[in-house]
Structure formats: structure tokens, C-alpha cells
Design a protein around this ligand. Structure first.
Ligand SMILES: [Zn+2]
Ligand SMILES: [Zn+2]
Length: 139
């Protein structure tokens, strides 16, 4: 049943890529994939539990805690779509934001001009505080 498993992994990556700005608990991933008509055979709960650690190992998914609830959530970062842009990491809530490719390229160009340094955008993480955390909102 190797192909079946590959299909489920592909569907999971596809779902997370489509929602790359959001973080999910495993329960939320299962619920939303089941509700999405695009996924005819959404992976079951046990499959998602098994696949997520593999995706973390492959550096495609990052794990962190949501706000003060200490709920473990997951977000796709570093997939194929992430090669072309830098990432912004909030040191307060731990979320990662995908920088827009245009701004990322602009910044890389400037750094190359000013500092004679070729930035590897997909590997670059800028640390700071996100909009919600600046406002002191709970996420
Ligand atoms: Zn990204
Ligand atoms: Zn934040």
C-alpha cells in the first residue's frame, strides 16, 4: 500500500502549503481536511500523527506552542514554496511568517550590493515580534 501512503502524505503537504500562514493542532488538520471536498481520501488521525514527526524531521513542518494555551501546533515552513523567501519568527508566540517573495528578493539584492553577501533566502530567519503580540493579543 505504498502509493496510498504517499498520496496521503502528498495531500497533507498540499493542505499545509495551501494554509502556510496558519498553525494547526493535529485535530484541526484532520477536521479541516475532512471538511475540504478537495481531499477525497483525507488521512486519518493516526496517519497524521505518524506523518507529522516525519515532516518535522524533513524540515518541512515546524512545531511550536500556541499562545499561553501551550497547545502544540504545526505549520509548514521550508517546503518547496519556501525556497524563494525569508521567514520572520515571532519570539513571543513562536509563529513563523512567510515574507513576501518580492520584499525578500529586494532585501537580498540590497545585502548583496551593500555587504557583498549572497543571502540564502530559504534558510534565513529574522527574529522579532509579530503584529498580534505587539498589540498584546492572545492567539
Ligand atoms: Zn515560507
Ligand atoms: Zn507573535
Amino acid at each position: 500500500m505504498a502509493t496510498y501512503k504517499t498520496e496521503q502524505k502528498k495531500a497533507l503537504i498540499d493542505f499545509l502549503t495551501k494554509n502556510s500562514r496558519r498553525t494547526f493542532t493535529i485535530e484541526e488538520i484532520c477536521r479541516e481536511m475532512e471538511a475540504d471536498p478537495e481531499y477525497v481520501l483525507p488521512p486519518g488521525r493516526s496517519t497524521v500523527y505518524r506523518l507529522i514527526p516525519k515532516l518535522i524531521e524533513d524540515n518541512v513542518v515546524k512545531r511550536f506552542y500556541r499562545g499561553t494555551s501551550r497547545k502544540t501546533v504545526y505549520q509548514i515552513v521550508g517546503g518547496e514554496d519556501c525556497i524563494g523567501h525569508m521567514h520572520l519568527k515571532c519570539t513571543t508566540c513562536g509563529r513563523i511568517f512567510h515574507m513576501s517573495t518580492g520584499i525578500s528578493q529586494e532585501l537580498s539584492k540590497k545585502i548583496a550590493e551593500w555587504d557583498d553577501f549572497m543571502v540564502d533566502a530559504g534558510q534565513t530567519m529574522i527574529f522579532g515580534i509579530c503584529k498580534e503580540c505587539m498589540k498584546g493579543e492572545q492567539i
